[in-house]
Design a protein around this ligand. Structure first.
Ligand SMILES: Nc1ncnc2c1ncn2[C@@H]1O[C@H](COP(=O)(O)OP(=O)(O)OP(=O)(O)O)[C@@H](O)[C@H]1O
Ligand SMILES: Cc1ncc(CO)c(N)n1
Length: 275
């Protein structure tokens, strides 16, 4: 007899491909899988990338990005969505239009996690400079939660964060820009002995603090955190619960990261699948 299972929770990542498999949509799909969530992709760009850097970027035509979103939303359904690398202002505008059409984003039934990826951790650009304004105007107001690192905070808000007070200012600025929640990641905070991410919902701040592991292998850390939050939202969690889960989850992924090639290795969600 064949078992008849129900459709599992589903999540969509709108992101670029990392040929090295550490970050981008590869990290997102691994993380969705580790949460028992069926992952879907709207690919925005193909990067030629390995552990030492990004050697090339080919953008997918904006209409094809939008069609991927429409296709999976119309048939399969999307429990929660996230954005990663979006490459250009044209792709951002096409994504924003498609999200409205299919009912994804703040004010719609399906939550949207906006990871405003601007550069790889090697410093290679993954977003055109002119596209920052499109992120501010088209996507931040649609974000259920926006998850910038400190470089992305500076690019989006102009705020140079040096401590937790700076994280609070940045969170206020992003909520003022229209995000329903802002999670300001502290992974890049210099001199800190712990790793503090700050969540703000427009009224209350929640400090999510954890140990800082002594490893350089944190490639894909931001993607994996945002994907874990997205997976929990797809499973029906509230934003504060999904973010608290994401922080605990990424800690274990950083602790379990591994070397790869000659450069920076990836964080790994696979601890969750080990017996
Ligand atoms: N060394 C570390 N030990 C423990 N947690 C870390 C460490 N570095 C980063 N994190 C956590 O990983 C998550 C990603 O943070 P980070 O600020 O590095 O984002 P990011 O720059 O977008 O990531 P990446 O560019 O590496 O994908 C955050 O929850 C942060 O607290
Ligand atoms: C494709 C892609 N997306 C996101 C990141 C950021 O981690 C990366 N390095 N590559």
């Amino acid at each position: 007899m064949t078992g008849v299972r129900q459709q599992p929770p589903t999540a969509l990542t709108i992101a670029g491909s990392d040929s090295g498999g550490g970050a981008g949509l590869q990290a997102d799909l691994r993380t969705f899988f580790a949460h028992g969530v069926h992952g879907m992709t709207a690919i925005t760009a193909v990067t030629v990338q390995n552990s030492v850097g990004v050697q090339g970027v080919t953008e997918i035509p904006p209409g094809v990005v939008a069609d991927q979103i429409r296709s999976v939303a119309g048939d399969i359904g999307v429990g929660a969505a996230k954005t990663g690398m979006l490459a250009s202002a044209e792709i951002i505008r096409a994504v924003a239009g498609a999200l409205d059409e299919v009912g994804i984003g703040a004010g719609h039934p399906t939550p949207l996690v906006l990871d405003p990826v601007a550069a790889s951790m090697h410093g290679d650009p993954l977003l055109a400079e002119q596209a920052l304004e499109a992120i501010r105007t088209e996507l931040v107001p649609r974000a259920t939660v926006v998850t910038p690192n400190l470089d992305e905070v500076r690019l989006l808000t102009g705020i140079d964060v040096a401590d937790t007070d700076g994280q609070r200012d940045a969170a206020r600025a992003l909520v003022k820009m229209g995000a329903r929640h802002a999670l300001i990641k502290g992974g890049h905070l210099k001199g800190a002995t712990d790793c503090l991410d700050l969540l703000y919902d427009g009224a209350e701040f929640t400090e999510l603090s954890g140990p800082r592991y002594d490893t350089e292998h944190t490639h894909g850390g931001g993607d994996t955190l945002a994907a874990a939050i997205t997976a929990e939202l797809a499973r029906g969690a509230t934003v504060p619960d999904a973010v608290a889960h994401g922080k605990r989850f990424i800690e274990r992924c950083v602790a379990d990261s591994y070397p790869l090639g000659a450069g920076i290795g990836p964080v790994s969600p696979l601890w969750r699948l080990e017996g």
